[in-house]
Design a protein around this ligand. Sequence first.
Ligand SMILES: C[S@@+](CC[C@H](N)C(=O)[O-])C[C@H]1O[C@@H](n2cnc3c(N)ncnc32)[C@H](O)[C@@H]1O
Length: 314
Amino acid sequence: MERVTIEQSYVDFGTREARGVSPAYERLALAVARDEELLALAATLPPGKRQPNLLFGVVRLLGGPVEDPAAFREYVLERWPVISAEVSTRITQTNEAGRCALLLPVLAGLPQPLALLEVGASAGLCLYPDRYGYRYGDRVVGSGEPALECSVTGVEPPAFVPDVVWRAGLDLNPLDVGDPADVAWLDALIWPEHAHRRTRLRAAAAVVAADPPLLVQGDLVDDLPALAARAPAGATLVVFHSAVLYHVSAARRAEFVDLVRGLPGHWVSIEAPAAVPFAGLPEPPDGTHHNVLALDGEPLAWTRGHGQAMTWFA
Ligand SMILES: C[S@@+](CC[C@H](N)C(=O)[O-])C[C@H]1O[C@@H](n2cnc3c(N)ncnc32)[C@H](O)[C@@H]1O
């Protein structure tokens, strides 16, 4: 990524992802985008390690300031060797249980029971859609904690949580909710003002810790067939992923799509349109960043990044 592209990625992050969701990150991203010195440092990071959220998360993990751009600048310039080393070894692994609210309408429509296999599972928090509670406006579904709030337009919210009999996750670097260092990284990736997401992380981590899933270290192409083969007969296999494919090259994405289409069962994706393109999508509800929810390659809805809203296509 060239310097100009890095600058644009900070502008996009600030105006399309953080605006209206995190004033601190909007302010910070736009300040970095105007700062030649910080952009030059970001350009020294390995390709694939230049996402604003990765740098901001590492600074938070190290205890640095992200609310005040001037303090952030000073901190980063002083500690760049430590920060860049940390960024180079990490991946953005934000694990957002709130995305289960986006999966639920699709999962509820599939033949039950379900065998869930998540690629890019991080710590596996999205493998428990049957254990959480949901509030879609006035509609309450399930009674578990955390209670996930999602504003839904264009589809009737589901009436029940799915029946899940098997859950497995595949990740290049599975995180362990029992390891305080892994939880600290997940926490650092949550945006500064999002106290509700920190509470949600703790509640979802408790659910996962009480009944851990099968989490396998591996690649979403090379290691998917072997894990899918372990799903029990008599359950509908659902391979799903959210916010994962931007990590891999276009060629690798194409291989993954071919692979997943050849597996039995169903495929659910929640990805940015740049990562999984679809022809003829309607305009997103507003200028902010939206992902596309799709079932078996058919686009169904625009969704917000942390599961807070979905707009079903007409
Ligand atoms: C942003 S996190 C999303 C986690 C989870 N899907 C969610 O929505 O909360 C992306 C995850 O994909 C994983 N990942 C990236 N490339 C991968 C690959 N080639 N194979 C398996 N996992 C991968 C990362 O390690 C990371 O944990």
